[in-house]
Design a binder for this molecule. Structure first.
Ligand code: BTN
Length: 242
């Protein structure tokens, strides 16, 4: 069930049985000047997550990195990350698992805090233009839930369809087809964070309050006792419902 066979995409696909990290491979391609590439691996030995975490990447998952050079300012990069989260969420739903997004781009099983997938975006920018952008997607699809870290689950464990090729195809199609203006509305529609009481660990300290909106290019608006705070990056925890 190799994913690469039959993937129908405008990107040139590079498939590997095993890699340290598809994002690292995409960075090599970026350094060579490449663009519009999709790197897919069946397994990663050094998968990386957000905030310097590692990402468990056993066989059966979907590990894919999309390298592009969008003609946009570096500040717009988060939009591409949110688009990937929307795409993965839709792919999970099509696989029969009710999935939702936790800000900014964790995909959870609805009604639980258990994580199915995540997105790691890396970018190099010039002053007014993105030089290269890599959107790395890790999704636990056909993975035994018991082998995953605490708090994680898989499409298989949630009773969904485990066709990885189809899953990957749908993700790539949606990312490609989602117009920039459609990203935020689609994200809001699929998000579980809005309306919840959250605690966000940001580089500038902890922000706690009700998550009231997501605004361009992907910032979370949190209603705190001291007024609204706009949070651009950080680790978000859902507290009790708002
Ligand atoms: C997260 O922390 O939630 C993001 C996880 C992103 C993992 C994917 S797997 C494919 C790509 N290659 C990596 O090394 N990381 C990303």
């Amino acid at each position: 069930d190799a994913i690469a066979y039959g993937l129908d995409t405008p990107y040139a696909v590079e498939f590997h049985d095993r890699l340290p990290s598809t994002n690292d491979r995409a960075r090599e391609l970026a350094a060579e000047g490449a663009s519009d590439r999709l790197v897919v691996a069946d397994e990663q030995t050094g998968g990386r997550g957000r905030l310097d975490r590692s990402w468990d990447s056993p066989p059966g998952g979907v590990y894919a990195s999309l390298l592009r050079r969008p003609d946009r300012p570096p500040a717009h990069a988060p939009v591409f990350t949110l688009a990937a989260a929307v795409a993965v969420t839709r792919a999970c739903r099509e696989a029969g698992v009710d999935a939702v997004i936790k800000w900014p781009n964790d995909v959870l099983v609805a009604g639980s805090e258990r994580k199915l997938a995540g997105v790691l975006t890396e970018m190099e920018g010039e002053a007014d233009r993105i030089s290269w952008l890599i959107v790395g997607i890790g999704a636990n699809v056909d993975v035994d839930g018991a082998t995953l870290p605490t708090g994680a689950t898989s499409v298989r464990a949630a009773g969904g369809d485990v066709d990885r090729r189809r899953f990957c195809q749908r993700v790539v199609e949606t990312v490609h087809g989602l117009a920039p203006d459609a990203v935020l509305p689609a994200w809001r529609e699929n998000a579980v964070t809005l309306g919840r009481l959250v605690r966000v660990e940001t580089p500038g300290g902890t922000v706690e309050g009700e998550a009231v909106d997501v605004e361009f290019p992907g910032a979370l608006v949190v209603r705190t006792d001291d007024g609204d705070r706009v949070v651009h990056a950080g680790d978000c925890e859902h507290l009790r419902p708002a």
